[in-house]
Design a protein around this ligand. Structure first.
Ligand SMILES: Cc1cc2nc3c(=O)[nH]c(=O)nc-3n(C[C@H](O)[C@H](O)[C@H](O)COP(=O)(O)OP(=O)(O)OC[C@H]3O[C@@H](n4cnc5c(N)ncnc54)[C@H](O)[C@@H]3O)c2cc1C
Ligand code: SF4
Ligand code: SF4
Ligand code: SF4
Length: 398
């Protein structure tokens, strides 16, 4: 079956599924394990609606970033359960206080990553935490539009490409919509994630109940990958050292569309953008270990909402050039697929399960290297620029 756009550009956002009047588009995992659209041409009436809504073919109106701040939720429980500084929950609480609904990504009972909605605070909890795989949004665009038409206040949180798709799908601005995206590295393979979960389920003799990619450990920049099983046991390792996370971090385990991403720019399709406050300057915060977000205000609406929620946040205004975290996630429009293609060729040649079985173990040396590199970065961030320059020239001339 064919895809609506070039397969390598399809983000898997699913807007084409919701817009098609004939129900001839579906979303499915490709061989590498990424969501892409498939079109059944035998019943297609060529109305072109799917092409008009597709963010990889039509970029919506984007808002230039107006203000950049560092921010942490003052509430310690929110901070402990969130990936970085808990900004998603702070904004979600604002929407719920207005009697609204919140849309975000969560795991279902079978550990599929899906978008869902909630109108109460307990429903926010499963949405917290970054899931580094694609989320399925089938039916969500329709549901958001229905809620907006009824006058319900809606907070939609998703990847930059999902937000661009929503903007195209809605086709106009709504005062009662608040859109939030994040600084986006990309998404990893669902097939690889599922194979890793299957491997752990066999090892622990129980079905997995839920998984966390960013469980805070000693500090939020070295998060844990944690799986909880139905028999009460749990498994924990460093997120960026396991078979999924290490290959995700080095962009082998990544979706093709994320190497040609038109949505991670200084212009955003959303009101707010949130992210992890950058590695180099985060150490200057006294409480950096609990988590610090970067938050950008992209519209007047975001400024208004921020004025209401700012009492719940500790943070400060940042100059653009300081925010290394933002700059590092921009301009991923023209990255090569060479490394990721080679990686998936190897994985597929042995099969996902066999690949996980032979590659799940991280050597003691690699773990030490990870710890030392982190420690050196932390020390280096604290040195004055002049000392760094002297050290650099000494190292180069040795
Ligand atoms: C796939 C992915 C890649 C990311 N890459 C970067 C990066 O390169 N640099 C950076 O600074 N930050 C990145 N982030 C954002 C970062 O991990 C935190 O989400 C961000 O710092 C906000 O922190 P928080 O404490 O407010 O978030 P949390 O409370 O943890 O909230 C996370 C929010 O993200 C949404 N979400 C989680 N997983 C998905 C998903 N798979 N698809 C769509 N929405 C999802 C949830 O619905 C929730 O709204 C990424 C997040 C994801 C999901
Ligand atoms: S052209 Fe129209 S009918 Fe055909 S797949 Fe697209 S939306 Fe559906
Ligand atoms: S609308 Fe989204 S899922 Fe459909 S073809 Fe375009 S990018 Fe792919
Ligand atoms: S990197 Fe771009 S294409 Fe990939 S998930 Fe993020 S926003 Fe979407």
């Amino acid at each position: 079956m064919n895809c609506i756009t070039e397969k390598q550009k399809c983000t898997g956002c699913g807007a084409c599924v919701d817009i098609c009047p004939k129900g001839c588009v579906s979303i499915a995992l490709d061989d590498d394990g990424f969501l892409v659209s498939e079109i059944d041409e035998s019943i297609c009436i060529n109305c072109m609606k799917c092409r008009k809504v597709c963010p990889s073919l039509v970029l919506p109106r984007m808002n230039p970033i107006k203000r950049i701040l560092s921010a942490s939720a003052k509430d310690k429980t929110i901070l402990a359960e969130s990936s970085s500084g808990g900004m998603f929950t702070v904004i979600a609480k604002y929407a719920l206080d207005k009697g609204g609904v919140v849309y975000g990504a969560q795991f279902d009972d079978n550990l599929n990553c899906v978008h869902a909605s909630t109108d109460n605070i307990s429903g926010i909890s499963p949405m917290r935490g970054s899931k580094y795989i694609g989320s399925n949004l089938a039916g969500i665009y329709k549901s958001v539009k229905n809620d907006l038409a009824k006058g319900i206040f809606v907070l939609f949180s998703g990847t930059p490409c999902q937000n661009a798709a929503l903007s195209n799908y809605l086709g106009k601005d709504y005062d009662n919509l608040l859109a939030v995206d994040f600084l986006c590295h990309g998404v990893g393979s669902t097939r690889l994630f599922n194979a890793y979960i299957r491997f752990l389920e066999t090892k622990y003799g129980s079905k997995a109940k839920t998984a966390y990619f960013r469980k805070k450990r000693k500090n939020f920049l070295q998060p844990n990958f944690k799986v909880e099983f139905q028999n009460g046991k749990s498994y924990t390792d460093y997120n960026y050292l396991n078979v999924f996370g290490s290959n995700f971090a080095n962009r082998k385990n990544i979706k093709s569309s994320c190497n040609r991403c038109a949505f991670s720019s200084k212009d955003r399709a959303t009101d707010f953008t949130i992210g992890d406050y950058g590695l180099k300057n985060v150490f200057r915060f006294p409480n950096w270990k609990s988590g610090v977000s970067v938050i950008t205000l992209n519209t007047k609406k975001a400024q208004r909402v921020f004025n209401v929620v700012k009492e719940e946040i500790s943070g400060e205004e940042k100059r653009r050039e300081e925010t290394v975290c933002i700059i590092s996630t921009l301009n991923r429009r023209n990255l090569s697929d060479e490394i990721r293609d080679k990686f998936f060729a190897v994985v597929k040649s042995v099969g996902f399960d066999a690949f996980v079985e032979t590659n799940y173990k991280v050597s003691f040396i690699r773990k030490r290297k990870y710890m030392y590199t982190f420690f050196l970065r932390r020390v280096s961030s604290m040195l004055p620029m002049s000392v760094k320059r002297v050290l650099k020239s000494w190292l180069l001339n040795r």
